[in-house]
Design a protein around this ligand. Sequence first.
Ligand SMILES: C[S@@+](CC[C@H](N)C(=O)[O-])C[C@H]1O[C@@H](n2cnc3c(N)ncnc32)[C@H](O)[C@@H]1O
Length: 291
Amino acid sequence: MTIKQTEILESNRLFHNKRANRHDKVNSYISKNGCKRFYEKLFIQIITKENTVIEKSSILELGCGTGNFIEFLSTQGTASYVGIDISEKMIDRAKQKLLKLNSSSNISLYAKSAEDFIEEIKLKNKKFDVIFSFSFLHHLFDPKRFLHSIEGILTPGGVYIALHEPNIFTMDKPDFAKYIDARLAYFFGYDTLDSNFLLRIKKIVFRFLWMLFGRIITSLGRSNSVKDLDYIDYQLNFGNFNLIEIIDLEANQSIRIYTKPYGYFVFGLLKRFSKFPNNYFYLVIKNKNYL
Ligand SMILES: C[S@@+](CC[C@H](N)C(=O)[O-])C[C@H]1O[C@@H](n2cnc3c(N)ncnc32)[C@H](O)[C@@H]1O
């Protein structure tokens, strides 16, 4: 592991340890039922599309945080659920939740990095039918390498579903203006409960300023000094994360990867119930290497 990678892992651990108590309150995808249901539905849609049978599947959740998907995932008739997270405080919260759930399912939770966990289970030659992550990939030092490593721990026909990736700060694109344009069109194209025109303008201006701030920080080379808060969306802000690159993995015949922006439109509707979520990509890897 490089020093940089160790720093990223450690800053993720520290930040999420600090945030563990507030995590469920500050994330609309947890605190707002409509938003949470949206992602659960999306998960089921993908599973169905991939012809994956969730019943009797072994499930691994990477970066499971406070365990917001444990109940949902473990009540799908799955054979087992393993959740891992680098933050021990997040895992503590997940364990508390599990106690309340009083579930008889085969559930295990571990505080460790996804990178280490994958290495360990590769040595044990263990594989999973369904691997799931939510708002997780963009925290990694090297998402592309990580995605390659997933290949080795999926059963034949197994599927990895990464939801909520990445976010609006992924502005490091040549067609930046077009990208912003589309967002603006979106912003003006739906009604929200707080449909006050000035309020919307303010939000847009704020987003611009925030994005510019990210760009300035990037150009100042802050990426070299990973501080407590710099970890977040690290890959996105610092321009190393490019979904097109990931799609290149398609060259490997046994793995199919695609990404899809799934919806400012949907989020427009969700806005009625929740804060506007930024992250709008999902990614699916399927191990088509059947026996
Ligand atoms: C934005 S939170 C999402 C948590 C959870 N998936 C949810 O939806 O509530 C990202 C999580 O990824 C974890 N994480 C970050 N880097 C990690 C790594 N390398 N290995 C394992 N977990 C990691 C963090 O500790 C944090 O709990």
